[in-house]
Design a protein around this ligand. Sequence first.
Ligand code: F0G
Length: 463
Amino acid sequence: MKTEAAYQKCIRPTCGAEFAVRETLFACPKCGDLLDVKYRWDKLDRPTNLAWFERRWAERRDPLALSGVWRFRELLPFAGRDEIITLGEGQTILQTADRVAEYAKIRPGRFHLQYEGLNPSGSFKDNGMTAAFTHARLVGARRAACASTGNTSASMAVYAAANPAISGLVFVGSGKIAYGKLSQALDYGVRTLQLVGDFDACMARVKEVAARFGIYLMNSVNPFRLEGQKAIMFRVLEALNWEVPDWIVVPGGNLGNSSSFGKAFAELLELGLIKKVPRLAVINAAGADTLYRLVNDEGLRWNGGAVDDAKIDRFYAAMDAAGRRAKTLASAIEINRPVNLKKCLRALDLMCGVVERVTDQEILDAKAQVGRGGLGCEPASAASVAGTRKLVERGLIDPAERVVCILTGHLLKDPTATVAYHTKTDAELAETYAPYGVRAAAFANRPIVVEDNMDAIIKAMEE
Ligand code: F0G
């Protein structure tokens, strides 16, 4: 790998400013737009077909071949072998999930769950964090920071704990983050600031702090994060024997994942490694539906890179004027201003994408179905399954199509939501979650309270 063959480039075609890979930038210094990592592929060694990567399976003693990100390193070649920081992330599986397929209204054998909960910190974020930490080391960063709804902070905390040369600083909204995630940040010893405010406030502040003190930013505005997240798609293709599915369905929050998936497929096409791209469905929570509204109500499009900035500004101004704030039980995606909005529009454009939104009731029901199907996930992840069901009902996805839903985070990330769903009566649930519109737990597996005597136990076993 040759570092000089990689560079950074502004995504705005009318700007297109380029910067060296060793610069630490989180927005274009010329126009303020997002940056991409780009490659001069003709200067790089690269495989002529995707099956080429299978040779790495025989080299698993090498941490870079074991990593589900770096075994594809020829497709994200911005760092040298010795510069890479890895924790063996990406040992995830694609499960053919017939039981959940029935709920999602897809034919058996055609529905798959890409389970990113198996990562070291229990979410897909580790795919990006290994790449961002690698870049942070490349530029000699000593301090790193992120704003988070929980998973980014958990992931950053793991990588910072394993790499003491880079210390971490986390901004989380107070009362906004699920216990599984908060416990990770605290236990891994990262300095954790609970801001009196929501995720968007954390995001604004962390950008300010990063700029003022030269701290390396680990959020997905960092283009190197997205390079690592491309590997989720490489592994999906690998598990499908390098065949492209019909649909990729993913929850949308800050829109880093959807953006990186689009970039992955754009590059695979450019390199001639695939012939077609799947369609993309991004699923918002109904209580945090900025993307849904901008795309479906306001008609916002990538438009060859000439995105209508004024339309976005007007939308946010109206949102603030109305005091409308994101509110969803899927706290991971409780976001008002998704930072990767434009890159996501680009991905939707390339992948003939659609945006759907699902209620918290739909999310919790789908989550219970995913659990019964054998893997389990946190609420935000289940938006992908709830969204698939809705898109089939709306006739956008055909039940015979091959669908891959990304399960972004582990079941244990948010035990509160799960235990509430399974233990509260419907009346209690409706009261507790009134602001979220949750009324009943159709798939509750209620624990049975039983007296400490054998007759009662036998009766409870058989009922
Ligand atoms: N699912 C989970 C479990 C998440 O933690 C997130 C984002 C998303 C989906 C949305 O992904 O931002 O790429 O669209 N969590 C971020 C965080 C915001 O701070 O942990 P996205």
